[in-house]
Write a protein that binds this ligand. Sequence first.
Ligand code: TSX
Ligand code: MN
Length: 592
Amino acid sequence: MNAAIAPSNPSPSSLEALNDWVQSVAGLTRPDRIHWCDGSDAEYAALLKQMQADGTLLPLNADTHPGSWLHRSHPDDVARVEHLTFVCHENEEDAGPNNHWMAPAEAHAKIDALFDGCMRGRTMYVIPYCMGPIDSPLARCGVEITDSPYVVANMRIMTRMGADALARIEREESFVRGLHSIGELDPERRYIMHFPEELTIKSYGSGYGGNALLGKKCHALRIASHQARNEGWLAEHMLIVGIENPQGEVHYIAAAFPSACGKTNLAMLIPPESYRERGWKVWTVGDDICWMRPGADGRLYAINPEAGYFGVAPGTGANSNPNALASIQRDTIFTNVATTADNQPWWEGLDDRVPAKDWQGRDYKADNGPAAHPNSRFTVSAKQCPSYSPHAEAAQGVPISAIVFGGRRASLVPLVFEARDWTHGVLVGASMGSETTAAATGQVGVMRRDPMAMKPFCGYNFADYFAHWLSFDKPGAKLPKVFHVNWFRKGDGGKFLWPGFGDNLRVLEWMIGRVKGEAGAVDTPIGALPAVADLNLDGVELSDEAKEKLFAMDRQGWREELVSIGRYLEDYGTRMPRTLHAEQARILQGLS
Ligand code: TSX
Ligand code: MN
């Protein structure tokens, strides 16, 4: 504890670089103490005790939720801040129109001025961590320096943190450097800056997860996506789920959705009763991030770089996600949820109890808005999920049979379709997105494209990113099939036409049937759609309107969609691969 140098034999390479960096950060930020995190139980217990003492963590009902805590953030610090998130390549074009850019020298100067002396009186924690199973060749390490013990506790759940990670860093040539301070929590003095070419992240002024747990969005997506491009792999905003059929075969599916489409719910899906009876099982590998690369056999192999779930609490209930609910009954950190009179965590969508305190600790009043903040979270170890895959820790990763893109589309887009080939699949991913729902913004039903669900997370120019995706289609590659799904199609009466949730397994079964060459489909210019009879719909009641709209391709509507996609591709200028323009033109041609 409190040693100013790493507690192990320095090797000439990375450990020395790490020590030098830690010393230079300490020189800038001026902490009173430096603590190197070892990841031990004793260290975690001491941190929790200290945070309980200073009110950072409030204990929850120990009978119903043993080992669980509530953290209330500053009310102005409850979400990621995209307008203050920068990707700082030397060349602005390399960041692309999909990112906010600042020249690296200017960015360093701006944020270092904020870091100057910011840790006076505080403890600086040095967190060595590994993203991915500690022995996996697909895993990558980083070190986060922070003055927030809440960040340390969350990083311990979300990553492989401590001595083992430090040992791996010592063996390897490089690691990602993340510097974080909560600063004054002033929204006017807040920046999340990424330097992909330096494998460096600097985050100031926010304690919120996505801005402060630097292993997650900052490292595993923004920095890793850039690293992956250089090294020939993919860092994606995808869940990974294993589907086991009654014969015991498991097919792994990676899926990307924009926010509010229920990614965590799909990752932890519970099969319909009739499927469970026949022996179908669903295995959760990951709920948010997927790193994949081609194996020796040409297939894509994937790991979940994370070790926990940092999930949205509201909407998590016994109907929507029983596995998530079971996961968070103990040893969980809750952030910005409400509490009941007997001090249990509570949020909208949990059950019909009435909370006592809202997320800000005020007596609950309906007039003050939702009791739990809409972006309130749970942090919990992945191992606590009942459906946690026995292969989630496999060093070589799991082979991916299908990649799924999805969005929230009230009209036009059918329940599911299959891309004809990889290039078409990349276009499907590049053009995906959701129609806006938030009535508050006044912009209901406006199409927001969110390519591969990476709009806020791609650490370089989207045009180059699409080219990188296209590059995987080469001789010897055995790429997954690509699909698009839409659980959110509405009928003329404004009601959802598809039951969703567990019944989505019926769609996943069809995909696996397609992968195995067994399931039927109807070819259309937008891809292959199942006929109603190609899906197992035993036990689901679909209206005639549902059957008609979920399984049909509206030619005129899709012509307009393809024109809109064409305009979207143009926004990226001449860097956009011609292959995608040609693919868009090919499909539009097929529709006329
Ligand atoms: O997560 C969702 N999924 C994926 C589940 C594996 N949600 C919740 C989205 C917010 C995060 C869904 N909502 C899904 C879905 O498949 N589908 C819908 C829309 C829907 C909502 C309620 C019903 C049906 C569909 N209720 C009844 O049919 C009774
Ligand atoms: Mn996410």
